[in-house]
Design a binder for this molecule. Structure first.
Ligand code: ADP
Length: 524
């Protein structure tokens, strides 16, 4: 009996243990069920994501790349309908043969190394029509729990639109490069800071360097030592102020010779108006310069040769005039030659002025215009000049206003020449006006200014910077009405700039012009 009781007790104990075990298993089961449910919903979400994704997604199983999964997007691109699962890829898309796709898949399947490529062109037959599409894609090996490769996943994006656009951009860039290399000019491109990032072939041929070497060195290395500092300063000014560059500059070629170029640069701006880059062109004008020099030398020679006879003509005319009785209307009537002699004198004076201008111009071109600086009173000098001019311009009133009395250290004759040029122009270009106002005033603490104002024909805004160029005359019907050679203002500008002053104009067509030059004050 005892042993039977013991046995029952044992059995009851075992039943208790089993019950506990069952409870534990039940709890574990519940937990597992929850996990499975969770995984199920994760898988669902994943499946949803994959199937509804815009990404092209497929999994190919085994050696034959049998389609195991293919989302809607990839089926759409394949254009072979819905019935593709379970079939080898090359059977569904026979057009892939010979396009290297099978080889890529084989390689990923056998080596386990994933593969990525961008903008790959693939010919597909979509809904019966052959089409060239471009894809970014990744082939990823798929492994089982033991780590063995069982297939390849294909994750791709159709980038046809982007690729076609890129191709267009590349094509237009190629055309642009070709054009730029074809041009006889030296073309370069620099970033907003002015560092060059591209030189065309002409540039490279000129300096005898390849792109990398030439970009690697500052372009200012090929400037002529006489101009280097000045050009660097002008370029720096353009860069900070966003101004265009337009300058004649000597550039060293592959043989070490310096040749004249006309160099231009202009800023490229974005929609916000910020400078993004600079385009520059340099055109060789060496032959033109040689020709120009020959002409200048010829002009200089002629002017020299003419100056002596013309000056002596003037001398003889003045001698003849001095032999005649002084102004007397009654007597003058009988002396028929007197008015003719007076006219000869005026014409000869014009001729002498022109010859002197020609000579000055060639002196400027050849850097031979020496300034004989001395200290003088600007107001007094202006008064004397205006007095002389009043004498020869009796029909017009020249009004001098001294707002500021000052001494300057300058070339007295040259400054006088500028003032004479301003006033004679003011008179010449005021066919109906009868007043010219000359004003001496203070420009700032360092500079005095002389302004000549007329009420004549005026100058269009676009011409206002041009008129200071050599031989520049405003064209139009009226051009021939006013005699001149377009040298006066060029000379005036050179003279004033050589005195560290500035020259400028304000004008309105039909209302008149106001020419000003500034000159440093002598404070001592
Ligand atoms: P020019 O001998 O032709 O007068 P300048 O160099 O003195 O040569 O002047 C250049 C051009 O500028 C002139 O041809 C004229 O068209 C214009 N110009 C100069 N001064 C005036 C002015 N006061 N009013 C209008 N136009 C002027």
């Amino acid at each position: 009996m005892k042993s039977e009781d013991l046995r029952i007790e044992q059995l009851e104990q075992e039943i208790e243990d089993k019950k506990r075990e069952i409870k534990r298993l039940q709890a574990e089961n519940i937990h597992l069920q929850e996990t499975v449910r969770g995984l199920d919903s994760e898988a669902h979400k994943f499946k949803d994501l994959v199937y509804s994704s815009k990404f092209l997604f497929a999994i190919f199983m085994g050696e034959n790349h049998v389609i195991d999964i293919a989302n809607e997007s990839i089926k759409e691109v394949w254009g072979k309908g819905d019935d593709v699962i379970g079939k080898p890829l090359l059977e569904v898309l026979p057009e892939l043969k010979g396009q290297g796709i099978k080889e890529l898949l084989d390689n990923v399947y056998h080596t386990g190394e994933s593969y990525h490529a961008d903008e790959v062109p693939i010919e597909l037959v979509i809904k019966g029509k052959p089409e060239l599409r471009y894809f970014d894609f990744t082939y990823q090996p798929q492994k089982n729990t033991k780590g063995e490769i069982i297939g390849v996943a294909d994750i791709a994006t159709d980038v046809t639109k982007q690729a076609l656009l890129n191709k267009k951009i590349k094509k237009s860039e190629r055309e642009f490069r070709k054009l730029v290399n074809f041009m006889p000019h030296k073309i370069s491109l620099a970033n907003a800071e002015g560092d060059t990032i591209f030189y065309n072939q002409n540039w490279l041929d000129y300096v005898g360097k390849d792109l990398e070497d030439f970009i690697g060195e500052p372009w200012t290395n090929i400037l002529h030592p006489d101009e280097k500092e000045e050009v660097e300063q002008v370029v720096a000014e353009c860069l900070t102020e966003g101004k265009n560059l337009d300058k004649e500059i000597r550039l060293r070629d592959r043989n070490g010779d310096y040749k004249w170029h006309i160099c231009r640069a202009t800023a490229v701006k974005n929609d916000e108006g910020e400078i993004t880059s600079w385009i520059s062109s340099s055109t060789e004008i060496q032959n033109l310069k040689i020709e120009e020099k020959r002409n200048e030398d010829f002009l200089k020679l002629i002017s020299h040769e003419l100056k002596t006879p013309v000056t002596s003509i003037k001398g003889y005319v003045q001698l003849l005039l001095s032999l005649l009785p002084a102004d007397n209307k009654e007597v003058d009537k009988k002396l028929i030659m007197k008015p003719y002699l007076n006219r000869i004198e005026t014409q000869v004076e014009r001729l002498i002025r022109l010859i002197s201008e020609m000579l000055d111009m060639s002196r400027i071109e050849q850097n031979e215009l020496d300034l004989k600086k001395e200290q003088f009173n600007l107001n007094q000098h202006a008064e004397e000049i205006i007095e002389d001019l009043t004498y020869s311009n009796k029909d017009i009133q020249l009004e001098l206003e001294n707002n500021f009395n000052c001494n300057v250290v300058a070339d007295k004759d040259r400054i006088g020449q500028v003032l004479i040029n301003f006033v004679t122009n003011a008179v010449k270009y005021s066919p109906t006006g009868n007043l010219v106002q000359i004003k001496i005033h203070r420009h700032n603490s360092e500079m005095a200014a002389v302004t000549v104002k007329d009420f004549g024909i005026g100058i269009e805004e676009k011409e206002q910077t041009q008129i200071f160029k050599r031989f520049y005359r405003i064209s139009g019907e009226k051009a021939d009405t006013y005699a001149g050679f377009g040298i006066g203002l060029f000379l005036s500008k050179e003279i004033i700039e050589r005195h560290n002053g500035k020259i400028f104009v304000k004008s309105e067509v039909g209302k008149g012009s106001e020419f000003t030059f500034t000159i440093p004050l002598n404070h001592t």
